[in-house]
Design a binder for this molecule. Sequence first.
Ligand SMILES: *Cc1c(COP(=O)(O)O)cnc(C)c1O
Length: 390
Amino acid sequence: MNTSVDPLARAMAILAHDSEHAYEAVVPPIAQTSLFTFSSYAEMEETYRGQKVRPTYTRGLNPTVRLFEEKVAALECGEDAIGFASGMAAIASAVLAFVQPGDRIVCVEHVYPDAYRLFQTYLKRMNVTVDYVDGRDHDAVRRALPGARLFYMESPTSWLMHVHDVATLARVARENGAISIIDNSWASPIFQQPLTLGVDLVVHSASKYIGGHSDVVAGVVVGSGGLIGEIRSRIYPYLGGKLSPFDAWLLLRGLRTLPIRMRAHEAAGLHVARELAKRSDVVAVYHPGLSNGLLDGLQGTSGLFSFEFDGSVDIARFADSLRFFKLGVSWGGHESLVVPAQVVRAQAAGPNSAIDFGVSARVVRLHVGLEGQDVLVADLSQAIREAKMS
Ligand SMILES: *Cc1c(COP(=O)(O)O)cnc(C)c1O
């Protein structure tokens, strides 16, 4: 990648216009159809033989979905991409396409909780073992990788926002012959392009920043033509987690404003994090932008981070006293959200990554939305005041 180009300007140029204008409409139409007919027997046979690439059935190829895939591939500096019905469908498909019984995966600690559940339950049943390492400890990664089929990472990680030196870890994976996969949902393609750092495959929960309006659940995998081709031929049509045309259309709309939304989430997120860090009842703020060190491949920060209260605040009362921050999972939309770790630790369905990776019950995760940083800081201050245990 040409690093002299401002990443936001580059993204805006990709996202502002489409190459094709059906009916000369500025917004692409939704090809809301299950199947596509052929004009002749000859064309149908040519398509089945693979001599002609054109849509046949939406589970395989759909023009609206394809437009979304091409945009995300361009943003991530990848050759190809596949859209999925959810981030978990993207993660499961990317992993399952490359493992078989007896294989081993090395995974960083604090991965997304449902990725952890997939690894600890379904993959275990398939006789695929997963070893967890602290991705910040390069020696530990080097010791774990020999013989591994896959290296799975997330940077920053869920909850405690561990930032990894993505380029170094990708190189170590490659030296050991392991395919590297990174969950890039947090940074979005605006603030991190892991393929340019040597990672093999990027997965996104497009339900988060890519969609950006909390109205769609979707996922996408990006990589080289070769690896995406393997996922497409080995696993994609059979697991069937296809992104729908309407959801792809919503994602295309979300993408148009992704660069400016990311800049707004970054500014507000940093401001709220810095204000929290000044408080004596906050013992830690887990935000990758607060340390003075290098961001290890990150070109910016988003609006999702965590912090930790000391013992003086009743966390349930704090959550109930918030007005702008709503209690809710997910993140990446216009709205500010809060999730206390003590709720996640109490979740009935296991295995529980918050407990297994040791996320303290005093930790609270915030998504800083677009309501305005001053009202959000004021909201947190009044809720903490209400929640002080006397
Ligand atoms: C939400 C999320 C996922 C899962 O995505 P879905 O679209 O909800 O299936 C994966 N990784 C991260 C980091 C997430 O936050």
